[in-house]
Design a protein around this ligand. Sequence first.
Ligand code: FPP
Length: 279
Amino acid sequence: MNWNKQRSTQDIAKQEEIALMGKLPKHVAVIMDGNGRWAIEQGLPRIAGHKAGMDSVKDIVKACSQTGVKYLTLYAFSIENWKRPTAEVTGLMNLLEQYLRSEIDELHENNVKIHTIGKLSSLPKVVQKLLKESIERTSENSGLNLTLALSYSGRWDIVRAVQMIGLDIRRGKISPEDVTETVFASYLQTSNLPDADLMIRTSGEMRISNFLLWEVAYGEIYISNKYWPEFRRDDLYIALQNFMNRERRYGKISSQIVAENQEEKQATYLQKMMNVLKK
Ligand code: FPP
């Protein structure tokens, strides 16, 4: 099913409004929090919250793809989550398996490229196999880059990178002075992803919870009070618009940013004029 053919008139209008606002975040990262609390409030077992959360995953993936977000990273299971009761961990692994089995055809058809970050060897073999197949199958796709963070934590990845750099120094491949921020980032599992521009967390909690610690250094954080199972495309649009109305200063002052944006606008305008003249 082609997602672009499924859009309602209202949805198309909203997505066009967002496109006209200017710079979308290139990389949106989401901490999908509140599944358990949502379920308890409904009088349901916690796993029902994760199941309902999967419907939010489907909608947000679709909406990101339609609006032109290039990278979406979902914190689906942290290293710390292994400490949850066995029944919940097993239920989450089953849901992941179910998601990959039921969604892969549609994701592939809609040009989504699947990636993963995390200690995949800790996952059940069947999930590892499905992930490997999904990654291989979608490797040539050029649309949304969907990264599933599984058995992941930011500190784990940073420590892993330091260990690998240490090994490369010992082997004489690099020297300590070569280790710049760019070189360090190339050792992280996220080396093929741009930095996170926008990190969304649901359920009103204001924590980063060990997610993309290095990559969110200059990211904007957006907190939604909704629980993840209630968070759908209209909430994403609000987060995107909120992001686009912010001024990202990267340590500089406002007037510098205004001048840079002006220069960028002029350069884009000149480029467009050149293209028209070339035709
Ligand atoms: C946090 O809510 C959520 C998780 C630990 C798991 C997220 C998993 C899904 C949304 C379903 C499957 C995902 C994919 C990618 C198919 P919580 O349980 O910590 O909520 P609480 O804070 O209210 O207890």
